[in-house]
Design a protein around this ligand. Structure first.
Ligand code: 3HC
Ligand code: NAI
Length: 696
């Protein structure tokens, strides 16, 4: 047999082998191959078949690239049905990950074996879908309804041992996938085990109270998403029907969801997350080796960066201003690692070992002499940073990468202070740095290509999502943030309350609104940024002052118990503070503004138009390489709702002409702030959208 699926005979045992790199997705050729291999097995003398995959993983799912295109026969549910209907046993061997359609192939097999380290899951909800090839109908028959719904609504990957205890696999065998399959096949032959079809099993009785609890939890955890609850409904209602009817119900749900904008948005997010790390400039460029990382500054960011490095196997030397500050930094890191232990993410003995063997804290820069990479995270002051880089230039070995975690400052200026600007780069982490996935890799004018590659390699080692950014005030994310936050401030001046704005944006799908975010980050940060930019301000700029009033009143946000919201025992997550409304009302009165009301839709429209316009500028100026880089930045660093795909994808969805019309309308009252981005104008004129710039 030719193609990505083959059938071979090994005595009494047949082997159906899938080989479709990189992840053995069930593309059309694989589906056709599986049918042909099943037929070959049926017609053969072999009494039992092992179904396995070559390479790093079992089948990782349907081929996502085919989604949104006209479906090609044979459809996966029919392929799986064909395998299940065979009258000789098929044993599926799972190694790597059996995800989505891959796991559904396993569920259609008569027996399942996992090798240690294998994981199974139904992650379709991450793509705005539900399982579409029997997952919602077969899995409840094996694990019970509640466990099955929990698995596909959370998209979690179930490890081999748990799969065994849940009854998903029949054995975990520590051998190569082929040998594991052969061992189990011999057992089937020896014991004369029959064909065993999951579709013919009954779903164990379950308690509706548990199901209601799961529904409520799922709804809370996935606000705005349409697929999760649909999946539960399909599983529950479908399994009350004869199996074939249940499959129809599932298929209908799958196809309905396939047509939704959420599906398109989430698949855009999936591929964009991978595209950000695949840049032509990195092709063939070897990164520098990194095992020992220096971190300068052990505050919020330095501490988090050190933890991220330690948890991912790197050795860390952290430098603080003096011995006491170094000891505080060590205590902070020890606490964060203790939290990881508490949450079951880290073994206590591993924590001890990391603190004893992998972390050095000191006030002596000389201890950085053999560091491969140093990340500076000291105060956001050019003078302090220049002082640090001068010291690093003096002590670091040739070839060490010197990185700054600055939020806004000019990385070219920082590089210029050293005698090795080619080794200098920005590595902009997000707080908390050991949790947030985004890492902006800020490439300065003289940064060497292998230093850029090293930044990307570090991101991979730390399991972060890297986005390449150019040098400008705020790079990609903070620059766009400043613009949409300003749009919010303008609406507040005109009459909206910050609380309404936060509420409207949370309803849109953001994790938090901008004023709640500001309370979390600290109102001082925005104040200091405004102070820094004071000299460059244009007299035409509309300025909101109430943030400065909050700052001067010591209302710095969560850390002081007051910001825009009040944080106390009564409302640990914050409740609107009427005093803030009074401060704002006083400013409006002083400026002669008569407040007007805003609808939530108006708020979202303006806020998004500002975000998209700045995103278009950032792409137009080459600060972000493509619109998708802006999307990934906002998705992974700024709580943008994944089911909307990112601001640029969302702009394509609503129509760029509509976005431009909003900007032009607003420009009639404020033509300083609302200047349309040239790129946006050009795309509208040419009838194109942002996705046309994403390539591939
Ligand atoms: N279809 C098409 N391409 C896929 C794919 C899929 N299901 N899964 C991964 N790929 C591609 C990636 O885009 C990437 O391509 P690139 O090298 O050109 O960028 C390549 O395979 C390798 O992927 P990763 O970089 O993600 O490799 P990792 O080793 O880090 O992760 C993985 C492997 C865990 C399998 C991860 O890729 C993953 O989670 N994939 C998605 C799995 C999934 O969602 N499956 C369900 C699909 S929906 C479905 O099956 C519907 C069914 O119910 C009918
Ligand atoms: P922080 O104030 O919490 O910590 C700064 C630390 O640097 C302090 O512990 C201080 O003692 C130490 N330090 C100052 N000068 C030093 C020197 N010369 N040598 C050694 N240590 C020195 O500040 P934070 O929030 O950690 O910010 C650090 C940097 O990270 C800033 O550039 C900031 O803009 C940036 N950043 C901050 C984010 C945040 O959310 N806090 C997010 C992303 C970047």
């Amino acid at each position: 047999m030719q193609g990505p699926v083959t059938f071979e005979a090994h005595g009494d045992i047949g082997v159906i082998r899938v080989n479709n790199p990189p992840v053995n997705a069930t593309s059309a050729a694989v589906r056709q191959g599986l049918v042909a291999a099943a037929n070959a097995f049926a017609a053969s003398d072999q009494k039992v078949a092992v179904l396995m995959a070559d390479g790093r993983t079992f089948i990782a799912g349907a081929d996502i690239k085919e989604f949104g295109k006209p479906p090609v026969e044979p459809h996966l549910p029919n392929v799986i049905h064909h395998i299940e209907a065979l009258d000789k046993p098929v044993i599926c061997v799972i190694h790597g990950t059996a995800l989505g359609g891959g796991f559904e192939v396993a569920l259609g097999s008569h027996y399942r074996v996992a090798v240690p380290g294998a994981r199974i899951g139904l992650p379709e909800v991450n793509l705005g879908l539900i399982p579409g090839a029997g997952g919602t109908q077969r899995l409840p028959r094996l694990t019970g309804m509640i466990a099955a719904c929990e698995i596909f609504t959370t998209a979690r990957q179930v490890k081999a041992d748990e799969s065994l205890s849940l009854g998903i696999v029949d054995a975990v065998i520590d051998a190569t996938p082929l040998e594991a399959g052969m061992q189990f096949a011999r057992k089937i032959l020896d014991d004369g085990l029959p064909v065993r079809r999951v579709s013919e099993m009954d779903v164990a009785p379950y308690d509706d109270v548990d199901l209601d609890a799961l529904r409520a939890k799922t709804a809370r955890a996935n606000k705005g998403h349409v697929c999760h609850l649909r999946g539960i409904d399909v599983a529950v209602e479908g399994t009350k029907l004869p199996f074939a009817e249940g499959m129809k119900l599932e298929r209908q749900g799958f196809w309905d969801l396939m047509q939704t904008p959420q599906r398109a948005a989430m698949i855009h997010a999936f591929f964009s997350e991978r595209a950000v790390a695949s840049l032509p400039e990195l092709k063939g460029v070897a990164p520098r080796a990194i095992t020992h990382v220096g971190v300068i500054g052990g505050g919020t960011m330095g501490g988090g960066i050190a933890v991220a490095c330690l948890l991912n196997g790197l050795t860390v030397t952290l430098i603080e201003r003096d011995v006491e500050a170094a000891a505080n930094a060590r205590a902070g890191i020890a606490n964060t690692l203790a939290d990881s232990v508490k949450r079951g993410k880290l073994k206590p003995e591993r924590r001890e070992a990391l603190l004893a063997d992998a972390l050095t804290t000191s006030d002596d820069y000389a201890t950085l002499a053999d560091a491969d990479l140093v990340i500076e995270a000291v105060f956001e002051s050019m003078d302090v940073k220049k002082d640090v880089f001068t010291k690093l230039d003096a002590v670091c070995k040739p070839g060490a990468v010197l990185a700054t975690n600055t939020s806004y400052l000019d990385v070219d200026d920082i590089a210029a202070i050293t005698r090795r600007p080619a080794d200098v780069i920005g590595l902009h982490f997000f707080s908390p740095a050991h949790v947030m996935r985004l890492l902006e890799i800020v490439v300065a004018a003289k940064t060497a290509p292998d230093v850029v590659a090293t930044g990307f390699a570090l991101a991979k080692a730390l399991k972060k999502v890297p986005v390449r950014a150019g040098v400008c005030d705020g790079f990609i994310g903070n620059r766009i943030l400043k613009t949409y936050r300003t749009a919010g401030d303008h609406m507040v001046l005109e009459g909206a309350s910050p609380f309404q704005i936060d509420k409207a944006l949370v309803e849109f799908g953001f994790a938090m609104g901008p004023y709640a975010v500001s309370d979390l980050a600290g109102i001082d940060i925005g104040y200091l940024t405004r102070q820094r930019l004071l000299p460059t301000r244009d007299p035409c700029e509309r300025i909101a002052d109430w943030g400065d009033v909050l700052y001067h009143k010591g209302r710095l946000g969560r850390k002081t118990g007051h910001g825009h919201y009040i944080y106390d025992e009564k409302s640990p997550k914050g409740r609107p503070d009427p005093e803030v409304e009074e401060i704002i009302a006083a400013e409006r009165a002083a400026k002669g503004i008569t407040p007007r009301s805003f609808t939530d839709a108006e708020i979202v429209e303006r806020y998004m138009a500002a975000m998209i316009n700045e995103g278009a500028r950032v792409v137009g100026e080459g600060i972000a390489l493509r619109p998708l880089d802006v999307d990934v930045t906002l998705l992974y660093g700024y709580g943008f709702p994944r089911f909307r795909g990112g601001p640029m994808h969302y702009a394509d969805y609503i129509g760029l002409d509509k976005v431009l019309a909003t900007i032009e309308r607003e420009a009639r009252t404020d033509d300083f702030f609302w200047q349309p981005a040239p790129l946006l104008q050009r795309l509208v004129a040419e009838g194109r959208d942002f996705s046309s710039l994403n390539g591939g």
